[in-house]
Write a protein that binds this ligand. Structure first.
Ligand code: RP5
Length: 162
C-alpha cells in the first residue's frame, strides 16, 4: 500500500492536523508526518516533495495557515495528488490560508478542503490510496454504510420526538 505524507508548516499546526493522523491510523494507512515550511525551510519542503513518489507515497496532505503557500509549493515539485488544509491560525480566521491554498494557477492543482477540514483531507487521501487497494476500498465503503445508519437512526429518533 502507498503511504500518505503529511506536511505541516509549523509545529503549531499539529493540533489542527491531529484528526488526519488519527483517521489514517484507524484505517491502517502508513504515513509520515513532518514539519516543513514553504517559507522557513523551502529546500526541505521541496526535497520531500521531489522524492515522494520514489519514496513510496501515493498522496500528500499539506497543512498551513496565514500566507499558506505550503500546499502549492509541495505541488510544484511532484505530480502526486496534493491535498491542502488551510489552517485557522491567524486573526483572519483562516480565510487568508484558504485563499492562498485554493487559488492555484492552471497546471499545478491543490485539492483544497475546508478551513481546518483535516478529517476530510485524510479521507480524501485514503480514497486516493484506495484506488489501488481493494481492502481499503471495502473499509471505506463500510464506514460510509455506518455513517448512513447513524443518520437514519437520528431521523427515527426525530420522528419519535415530533
Ligand atoms: C504558517 O504560519 C504555519 O503553517 C502556521 O499555521 C502559521 C503560524 O506559524 P508559527 O508562527 O506558529 O510557527 O506558516
Amino acid at each position: 500500500m502507498k503511504k500518505v505524507g503529511i506536511i505541516m508548516g509549523s509545529i503549531s499546526d499539529l493540533k489542527a492536523v491531529q484528526p488526519a493522523i488519527d483517521l489514517l491510523k484507524e484505517l491502517g494507512i502508513e504515513f509520515e508526518a513532518h514539519v516543513y515550511s514553504a517559507h522557513r525551510t523551502p529546500l526541505q519542503a521541496a526535497d520531500f516533495s521531489r522524492n515522494a513518489r520514489q519514496n513510496g507515497f501515493g498522496a500528500i496532505i499539506a497543512a498551513a495557515g496565514k500566507a499558506a503557500h505550503l500546499a502549492g509549493a509541495i505541488a510544484a515539485s511532484t505530480t502526486l495528488p496534493v491535498i491542502g488544509i488551510p489552517v485557522k491560525s491567524s486573526t483572519l480566521d483562516g480565510l487568508d490560508a484558504l485563499l492562498s491554498t485554493v487559488q492555484m494557477p492552471s497546471g499545478i492543482p491543490v485539492a483544497t478542503v475546508a478551513i481546518d477540514g483535516t478529517y476530510n483531507a485524510a479521507m480524501l487521501a485514503a480514497q486516493i490510496i484506495a484506488v489501488e487497494d481493494e481492502k481499503l476500498a471495502v473499509k471505506l465503503a463500510e464506514m460510509r454504510a455506518a455513517m448512513q445508519d447513524s443518520v437514519l437512526e437520528k431521523d427515527r429518533e426525530l420522528q419519535q420526538q415530533l
